[in-house]
Each structure stands twice: as C-alpha cells, then as structure tokens.
Design a protein around this ligand. Structure first.
Ligand SMILES: Nc1nc2c(c(=O)[nH]1)N[C@@H](CNc1ccc(C(=O)N[C@@H](CCC(=O)N[C@@H](CCC(=O)N[C@@H](CCC(=O)O)C(=O)O)C(=O)O)C(=O)O)cc1)CN2
Ligand code: MET
Ligand SMILES: [Zn+2]
Length: 760
C-alpha cells in the first residue's frame, strides 16, 4: 500500500481573532504582564498544532511561531544581538525582541530599531539581521527547543522549522565596510550544528531547514557556500532542505550535491519540466511536493493536482505532499466568513481548508478513489467558467489604447510651467503623504458605521469633522499642499476593494504584515469596474475648506494588485489594466471638481518584481503602462504625484523614469538621503520629495537634522525640483508626535528657503 505523509511549512501565528496582536499591543502599553503575553502565545501555538493534527496533517511544524518575526527569531536563536540592544549582563529576554524590532528610549537617547524589509515578493516584512566583522554567535534563545519539547510532550509528531544559515546571512546586511557577511558563515555554522545536535536527541524524524534563496539568481560565491555548510551540519536526523516561492531548477547542480535527505519544492508554478527535475534529484531523497498554494486563497483543483502527483510518482517513488510555502500569507478560517455568499465561499480555501485539501489528496492517493477530489474541485471549474462569460469589453478598450499609442502627454518641461503658473507654490513646497493618525476614536467610528450603530448621515458628519480638523491643523502649520487625512479609509487597498466591482471583502481574513500590524487583503474574483466615484465626495469637501491645494489621494493599480489576492484565470497584467481604467475614471472625476494635484500611490511597485531577473522587463512594462493609463488623460496643469516607500529603488529606477510623474515622494530616512544620487545619476529631471521624517519611529526629527538633510538633498536636486515631506503616511503615529515633527519640518524648510532663491 502507498504510504505518503502530509505537512505544512508553517501556520499563521496571529491567532484566529488576532489574539497575538491584541496581546502584543497590550503588553507594549503595559496593560498586561509578560506571563499573560506568554499564555496567549502558548494558547495560539497549541491551538494551531491541534487544528492541523485534527485535519489530518501528519508532520506538525514547530518553530513557526514568533513574537514578532521569524527572521528576528533566528537572530535571537543565534545570539546575533546588535551592540546597541545589549545590556550590561549580556542577557536577553522577550523585550530584546521588541527593542530590536521597535527601537527604544534609553535615557535621553532613542535607540533606532533594526531595518524592516519585504520578505521576498510578499507583503510580509522581516527584521533585517545586522552583521559586523566581529559579530559573534552563540546558541542563545531557547524558544525553538522549548516549543519542540512542548509539542512532543503533547504528543504531536513534530517537525522543527529553522531558517537555514545561508538564507539567514543573505537576508541580512553588513553594518561595517570592508568585509562580506559570508565571512561569518563558519562561526554561524557552529551554532546551527549545536542546535541540530540538540534536536538529534529528541523524538523527531525530519527537520525543515529553509533556504528560500535557492529560488533566486545566486552568484557563485553564495552557491559555493551551500555544500560546505550542509556537510558541516550533517548529523543523524533527516534534513528536509526547504525552498519556496518559485522554481529551483536553475540551481539544481548545487542542490543535488548536498548531503540532505529530502527536498521540498514549490510546484504551484506550472512552468516546471517535472521529468527533468525529478531525474536530477538523487534517488534516495524524499521529494516533498508543495502542491497547495500558500500564497493565494483559491480552492485547489485537486483533480489536476492528483494528475501531477501521479506523473511524478512514476519517476520518483519517495514523495510527500505539503503546502507550497508557510501559510502565514493567507487568512486562517473560511468558515467564519458570514458575508461571503455560499457560491463564492465554494471557490475559496484558507489555511484550515488548505490542510483539508492535503488530507483529501493523501486519502485519494492511498485508496485510489478520486470521487472526493472530483466533488471538491467542481466549484473551481464553475468559477473559471463564470468568468469566461463576462464581456470582453475591457480587453478591447485596452487593445485600442495600445494600438493608438495614446499614452503620450506633453513633456514634463511643458507641464511643469503650466503647473507652476496654476499652483503658485513656494520653493521647497511642503506636503505630507496622505494618512493622518488613525486614532482609536476613528477606528471606533468606522466600526460603529460598519455595525450600523450609527446612520450614514452621522458617519459622514463625523468624518467631515475629522477632515476639517486635519485641514486646519495643516493650515496652522503652514504646510503648502494639504491632504484630507484618509480618515474614511481602513486601509489604502481594502478601501478601494470595497468600492470597486470585482472584489470580495472578508470580515476576518487577516494576514500579518509586520509585528502586530495586519492587513485584510481583498480578493479579486472577477472583472473590475467602478460603479461610482470613490473619493470625490471627501475631496470636494476638503477643498471647500481651504484656498490651498488639496492633493487627491488614490492607490495605484499595481499596489492594489499586489496587496490583494488576485484571480488566477487571467494574466496579472490584464487585472492591472482593468484596475487602471477604473482609477482613470476617478482621476478624471477629481480633476473635474477642481483638484489640481493628484497622488497615485505605488509603494508596492518594487515588491511586484518577479524573483528572477529574466522576468523583470515584462513585469515592469505592464506595471508602468498600467500606471500611466490611470493619468494620461489629465490636463497639463494637473500635477500628478506618486509615492513609494521601503524598497530597493535601484531595481526600479528605469521604471520610475518611465512613469514620468510630475512629483515623486520617497521614503529616504531608512535608506539614506544619498539615495538622491541615484536619481541624479540617471538624469531624472522631474520633481522629488525625499522623506525627512522616519514615520516608523517615535523619534522627533530635530530642526537641525532636517535642515542638514535638506542641504545635502540640495546637492543632488535643484531647488526648483525639491519637495519636503515625511517618509510615508502618518497613520501609525500619534498627534503629539506628528505635531512636533511637522513643526520642525516647516521651521527647517523656512530656514533653508531664506538662504536660497529659485533658479530661473
Ligand atoms: N494593505 C496594506 N499593505 C501595506 C501597507 C498598507 O498600508 N496597507 N503599508 C505597509 C505596511 N504597513 C502597515 C501599517 C499599518 C497597518 C495597520 O495599522 N493595520 C491595522 C489594521 C488596519 C485596518 O484595516 N483597520 C480597520 C479595522 C480595524 C479593526 O481591527 N477592527 C476590528 C474591531 C476593532 C475594535 O473593536 O476596536 C474589527 O473590525 O474586528 C479600521 O481601522 O477600520 C492593524 O493591524 O491594526 C498595516 C500595515 C506595507 N504593506
Ligand atoms: C504605504 S504607502 C502609504 C501611502 C498612503 N497615502 C498613506 O499615507 O498612508
Ligand atoms: Zn509609504
């Protein structure tokens, strides 16, 4: 009889009702004790293990839980604590985690947190490990082993989960010049070996060591590190070398030489030559097939999955099945969704349902009875069928625009003259990025409206009161280009998803974004259109309150796409064009009511880049085209802005040039003001607003520091083209902080204005 086992690579750790988020935030504001926080974490872990086991998962991942981030967990595990977070006795505890992640106040000094970066091409952020020449590593944080023991004691079939040494190094950053972080490999490996030997003594079969970087284009230097490392770590336990987010075939020559006992691959991407791959994997190895997609919410067509598995089984006998990656990227439980229709629900699968899918596959493989799979997969076909019948109108519009090449606008030099005449802004115009503090009372207000505790009239009145307060606050500070504050928005993507046709909105579909912060990605299920204006009412009201220009505020097509779960039956580029056309209507409506400046945010443009460089060009083409489609019909005098943050701008500078917006506001505090050099080197001629206030930190930037950064910025960008603004939206900050920070920004700007004149 066939034996085959199932496993997941990891399970969401936020808790079914975001219990971890609530506990973290209460702990930070000293409303609960450490023990209460620990007890919440323990409940979540045990519940996760139990649920997975009940659903028929054979190997239960342990080590996927974390108090803030799993890369930071590894940093703790290895004792790689940056100097500024060390205490006198060199001890660490859970507060060390939060200090590294959030920074802290030490006497009169603010200790800056470690950087935060996107986890591959997802919307999850990890805490970047820091390395110096003298970094030392010792087995320090016992969480992994303790949780392994906890789970073994409860009788679970445990599979420890560890981020591998090479990926860990790769994800980090040198904090000193003149050395390469790979030089630290030998030191790190000793700790890994120690940890693995601890696991060796325990009742465990497989250890999941993750090396997700094997899906990337790696240089020889990085590839060469693998053989040595895995030889060194070898012991009696079986190692499942785990990869995800894409194909590893381009690195197979390195992989197949490694002394491991199994390999996990993501095979949800259909561009695989399975025969070739299987034939290249050592015969003795277990091949773990990541067949259930951990990155999207669609029910799996198990009928076709089983065919793939059977094909592979012909070549490779020793297999098991699992999720393609950890399930932290999807919501937990579909069954609690009450607002989604029965039919729509039958198209979806969240973390728990994905576990069930694995069970169904395993049962079918063992019994050779596929009837349950057929039953399960029926709705998948009905969804794609339904979408096929929807009119092709949109596609035709797009084709027509492309053919006539109507994307052209007048060049920036002409547009900017018209804009300067119309807007009459001072040099170094000051603006903010859009959102203002999302206070508890604003959240409560939205919740009351959602629960129908207040009428829509009352809601509108209250939102307007908030807008009014935010406008007069900005006027009193002498900010030049004002925003309405985004108080009506729960989230910059979900808000638009709620108003556009083609989206499903969940009630509880939370996914961790970073630390305690979660997002509820909307689900793009069919063709997108805009039934009515989405932001016009609020913008009209805001503009009625002031003579200063109000900046219209929209989220761009690529960001809406990247931060939603996207339908898989048409190309992503098609969805982006559909979004762009809907946004174009909104842009033109805003222009009609006299909004002269419109910002179209694209913070996820970089994140959408495919992992392999060979696919970059195609992506950047449709990404920039869809963006330009949103605004190309506007008048020359309408000034178009975009905003991007927390990303590697080097990779997308050409695309930014192609966007050809009049003004781009950028996050620069964390990535260094010298980023502007990049724009200078590429002869970027449009206007730029670097960030002068790191909004992820509670530190208030001083007048002096802002002024000095402004002066540095002027070395790269001429005074006619420089704007002054924070790094990003202010929604996660409080009023006291933003008042002081913005006041300082205004003072510093005024000081610099006095010393400079516009260049004619
Ligand atoms: N989608 C997206 N991705 C992004 C970003 C982003 O802004 N949006 N920014 C970057 C990441 N930064 C982020 C910054 C802040 C938050 C954030 O604050 N999230 C909030 C939730 C945001 C939200 O949708 N809030 C809603 C719902 C609030 C809520 O939890 N309501 C509860 C009840 C609340 C109560 O009883 O008080 C419920 O509905 O059950 C609202 O404010 O209206 C949180 O975790 O707390 C998330 C990401 C990159 N990726
Ligand atoms: C993550 S980018 C955020 C842009 C948005 N307009 C805001 O201010 O919140
Ligand atoms: Zn931003």
């Amino acid at each position: 009889m066939t034996t085959i086992f199932t496993h997941t690579l990891g399970f969401p750790r936020i808790g079914t009702n975001r219990e971890l988020k609530q506990a973290q935030e209460k702990y930070w504001s000293k409303k609960i004790t450490k023990d209460e926080l620990f007890s919440t974490g323990k409940k979540i872990r045990i519940n996760n293990w139990k649920k997975q086991a009940e659903l028929g998962i054979d190997l239960i991942p342990v080590g996927d839980f974390s108090w803030y981030d799993h890369v930071l967990n590894t940093t703790m595990l290895l004792g790689n604590i940056p100097e500024r977070f060390k205490n006198k006795n060199n001890t660490i505890d859970i507060d060390t985690i939060f200090k590294i992640a959030k920074g802290y106040q030490s006497k009169d000094k603010h200790i800056v947190p470690s950087e935060m970066k996107k986890w591959f091409n997802t919307n999850y952020h990890y805490i970047v490990p820091e390395f110096t020449k003298n970094s030392s590593f010792t087995y320090s944080w016992k969480q992994l082993i303790e949780e392994v023991d906890e789970a073994i004691e409860l009788g679970f079939n445990v599979k420890p989960v560890i981020l591998g040494p090479i990926s860990y190094l790769w994800l980090g950053k040198e904090k000193e010049e003149n050395f390469h972080r790979l030089d630290l490999l030998a030191k790190i490996l000793h700790v890994y070996k120690n940890i693995i030997s601890k696991l060796e003594k325990r009742k465990i079969n497989w250890i999941q060591i993750e090396e997700p970087i094997l899906t990337l284009d790696l240089s020889e230097k990085w590839l060469n590190a693998f053989k040595f490392s895995y030889e060194f770590m070898k012991n009696s336990k079986k190692i499942l070398l785990t990869t995800y987010f894409g194909s590893i075939f381009h690195n197979i020559e390195t992989i197949k030489e490694l002394p491991v006992q199994g390999l996990h691959i993501d095979i949800t991407n259909k561009n695989y030559n399975i025969d070739l791959l299987c034939n290249n994997i050592p015969k003795k190895w277990l091949l773990s097939l990541g067949v259930i997609n951990g990155r999207n919410v669609w029910k799996t067509n198990l009928n076709s999955t089983i065919n793939t598995i059977n094909l592979i089984k012909k070549i490779k006998k020793n297999i098991c099945i699992g999720t393609s990656c950890s399930l932290i990227h999807v919501p937990i439980d579909l069954s609690v969704e009450t607002k989604i229709s029965k039919m729509e629900k039958s198209w979806l699968s969240f973390a728990l349902e994905k576990c069930h899918e694995l069970f169904l596959l395993k049962t079918a493989l063992i019994t050779n009875n596929y009837s349950l799979l057929k039953e399960w997969s029926k709705p998948v076909l009905s969804r794609t069928q339904l979408n096929k019948n929807i009119k092709k109108e949109k596609e035709e519009v797009i084709l027509k625009i492309k053919k006539n090449n109507k994307y052209q606008k007048s060049p920036y030099s002409i547009r900017s003259l018209e804009q300067k005449k119309c807007l009459k802004l001072p040099i170094l115009p000051i603006t903010t990025i859009g959102s203002f503090p999302q206070t508890d009372s604003i959240r409560q207000l939205r919740l009351d409206f959602k629960l129908k505790n207040i009428s829509s009239n009352d809601y509108e009145t209250k939102i307007k009161e908030n807008i009014k307060k935010i406008i007069s606050f900005q006027e009193s500070l002498n900010i030049d280009v004002l925003v309405h504050g985004e108080v009506e928005r729960n989230d910059m993507v979900e808000y638009f998803g709620e108003q556009l046709n083609g989206f499903l909105i969940t009630s509880n579909g939370w996914v961790q974004s970073y630390g305690s912060r979660c997002v509820k990605p909307p689900i793009i299920i069919s063709d997108i259109s805009r039934p009515k204006p989405m932001t016009v009412k609020w913008m009209k009201y805001a503009q009625s309150l002031t003579k200063k220009p109000i900046k219209g505020m929209l989220t761009g097509p690529v960001t809406i796409l990247c931060w939603s779960f996207v339908r898989d039956d048409i190309k992503k580029s098609q969805v982006a064009y559909q979004l762009a056309l809907a946004l174009q209507d909104e842009v033109l409506d805003l222009e009609k009511i006299g909004i002269n400046i419109i910002q179209i945010d694209e913070p996820a443009l970089r994140e959408g880049l495919p992992l392999r460089k060979k696919s970059w060009e195609n992506y950047l083409n449709w990404a920039t085209e869809s963006f330009r489609l949103t605004y190309y019909k506007t008048k020359n005098k309408t000034q178009i802005h975009t905003h991007m943050c927390y990303c590697e701008f080097n990779d997308i500078i050409q695309a930014i040039i192609k966007l050809d917006v009049d003004v781009i506001t950028l996050e620069t505090s964390r990535s260094d003001i010298k980023l502007l050099k990049l724009f200078q080197q590429h002869n970027y001629i449009n206007e730029i607003g670097p960030g002068f206030y790191d909004i992820h930190s509670s530190t208030i930037p001083t007048v002096k520091s802002i002024q000095s950064n402004l002066e540095i910025a002027l070395k790269y960008i001429s005074i006619n083209r420089l704007w002054v603004n924070p790094d990003c939206g202010l929604k996660t900050r409080n009023w006291k902080e933003i008042k002081q920070s913005l006041e300082n920004i205004v003072t510093a700007t005024k000081n610099v204005r006095k010393k400079n004149k516009p260049i004619n």
